[in-house]
Design a protein around this ligand. Structure first.
Ligand code: NAD
Length: 499
């Protein structure tokens, strides 16, 4: 159970209730038990949080911290997360119904993100430019962009938050974060860790609640310099349009419909095993899920028969159930959406090869479970192939040539991630370079590192998280031209003493 203070808003270092006393109770997606009751921010609360972040940026002593000091703080945050890993993992699992083993992996990832950006805070140096003229000192200075509004989703709550918070603090920004209304616990716990590590009051602020009200001011308030959003495409478009009004910098991490391409010459045993992980990890609630299988015709039957057989054997269960291999979906509304998506796919002509139903059994009655589902005989024009289900649903298409595999893999409005399975390294590299997605795995699926940029082509997003580009999102670049020997320019022939 969370301490009471963690469920309150954090504005300028003070935990407080919502201004209208509103609250929201979070329940466990797998069994319906009450997790915690959080203060539900009003638009006025969020505005107060933005003003606190502005004041901390403009006048607070955060601006006097050196890169080395910020680096030490971020390292200290990583140490605190190591110490409190089990507290964070169990809170993450409670909110998301993620299996506890998966939640522990997530916290390890969060720690590595803070460690990575701790090193980067130390590397923000000025750069002298040789302008080829005597008496000129030309310097490029990097500065924090200012106040960052962060809006995050429910599938990887703390990880998505860390991808924003760690680079923002590394560069010297202040921020207001609004986590998903379904999964606020770990981001709120992190605020205490930031404070313990030495982040001054007002630098890190958190509000909870619904997107339109609690989140509304984040993309419109003139004091916000940048909005960093992770979530669905429709919300991302709205945030981007709102932010345009005051020309804010926008970073968007949106959805994906990610092709997983298996050529006939692949190590099929590894490809099949990883195809299951690619799509069914965290019940398919992963932006980079390999939800679109493209398989060469000659191996289609072998590959799809085996994937469908193994999908039918995946054991569903609770977070602490040792036998369970996968958990429930996040909410009843989301489970209904996934179910409707599968029914529509079958109506469209897809062949149901596995799943497509809610599991039976008393242990599932209070949760939002859905069986891992395989839809065969799909074609690129089908809605189920083009739309993100964000659930445990795999669509299967066949191809005959390398060129066709590439064309199908690019036939999507999204461009987040994809994979290629082949033992021909030249072909693998050729295909990887022609796919228009931000991450391509060859003979693997899912791994990522904080040193490498993450993000989407096309409608999967704008900008990058992680890596050097993920740090640069939070920086302004200023050129200081210093003429050490000032002289008249004599461009205009103005007479001395004339008006
Ligand atoms: P969502 O768009 O419904 O919500 C995301 C966040 O936006 C939530 O905090 C929500 O409260 C907030 N929000 C909603 N309306 C808002 C508004 N008008 N103003 C401000 N904030 C508002 O998405 P979701 O269902 O939480 O997450 C699932 C989506 O996130 C999927 O599409 C998935 O692909 C995407 N995602 C992408 C990545 C990535 O790295 N590209 C990572 C994780 C999730």
């Amino acid at each position: 159970m969370l301490n009471h203070d963690v469920t309150q808003l954090l504005i300028n270092g003070q935990r407080r209730a919502s201004s209208d006393g509103g609250t929201r109770t979070i329940t466990h997606p797998a069994d319906g038990h009450e997790v915690a009751t959080f203060a539900e921010a009003t638009a006025a609360d969020t505005t107060a949080a933005i003003e606190a972040a502005r004041a901390a940026f403009d006048g607070g002593h955060w601006g006097s911290f050196t890169g080395e000091q910020r680096s030490k703080i971020l390292s200290q945050v990583a140490d605190i997360l190591e110490r409190d890993k089990e507290i964070f993992a169990s809170a993450e699992s409670e909110d998301t119904a993620k299996r506890i083993v998966e939640a522990r992996y997530d916290i390890d990832d969060v720690i590595s993100v803070f460690r990575h950006f701790a090193t980067k805070a130390n590397e923000l140096h000025e750069r002298d430019i040789n302008v080829g003229r005597d008496g000129i000192r030309s310097t490029m200075v990097t500065e924090p962009i200012g106040i960052v509004a962060m809006i995050t989703p429910w599938n990887y709550p703390l990880l998505q938050a860390s991808w924003k918070i760690a680079p923002a603090l590394a560069t010297g920004c202040t921020f207001v974060i609004k986590p998903s209304e379904l999964t606020p616990s770990t981001t709120s716990l992190l605020m205490n860790s930031l404070s313990e590590a030495g982040v001054p009051d007002g630098v890190a602020n958190i509000v909870f609640g619904a997107g339109a009200t609690a989140g509304g001011p984040l993309s419109v308030h003139p004091d916000v310099d940048m909005v960093s959003f992770t979530g669905g495409l429709a919300t991302g478009k709205r945030v981007m349009a709102n932010a345009a009004e005051t020309v804010k910098r926008v970073a968007l991490e949106l959805g994906g419909k990610n092709p997983n391409i298996i050529f006939a010459d692949a190590d099929l045993d590894a490809a099949i095993d990883n195809a299951l992980t690619a799509v069914f990890l965290h019940s398919g609630q992963v932006c980079s899920a390999g939800a679109r299988l493209l398989v060469e015709r000659s191996v289609h039957d072998r590959v799809v028969d085996e994937i469908a057989r193994r999908a039918d054997h995946i054991v569903l269960g609770g977070a602490y159930d040792d036998d369970a291999e996968s958990g429930s979906l996040i909410s009843a509304a989301h489970r209904d959406k996934v179910e409707a998506y599968v029914n529509a796919a079958v109506a469209e002509g897809a062949t149901l090869r596995a799943g497509g139903v809610r599991p039976s059994g008393e242990q599932f009655t209070n949760g939002y479970f859905f069986r891992p589902t395989v839809l065969d005989n799909c074609t690129t024009d089908m809605t189920c192939v083009q739309d993100e289900s964000f659930g445990p649903v795999l669509t299967v298409e066949v191809f005959d040539t390398e060129a066709e595999a590439i064309a199908l893999g690019n036939d999507t409005i999204y461009g987040l991630a994809g994979a290629v399975w082949t033992t021909d390294d030249d072909k693998a590299q050729r295909v990887a370079r022609k796919l228009r997605h931000g991450t391509i795995w060859i003979n693997d699926y899912h791994p990522y590192v904080a040193q490498a940029e993450w993000g989407g082509y096309k409608q999967s997003g704008v900008g990058r998280e992680l890596g050097d580009a993920g740090l640069a999102e939070y920086l302004e670049h200023k050129h200081i031209w210093h003429n050490l020997v000032p002289a008249r320019s004599e461009w205009f022939r103005t007479m001395e003493g004339s008006n």
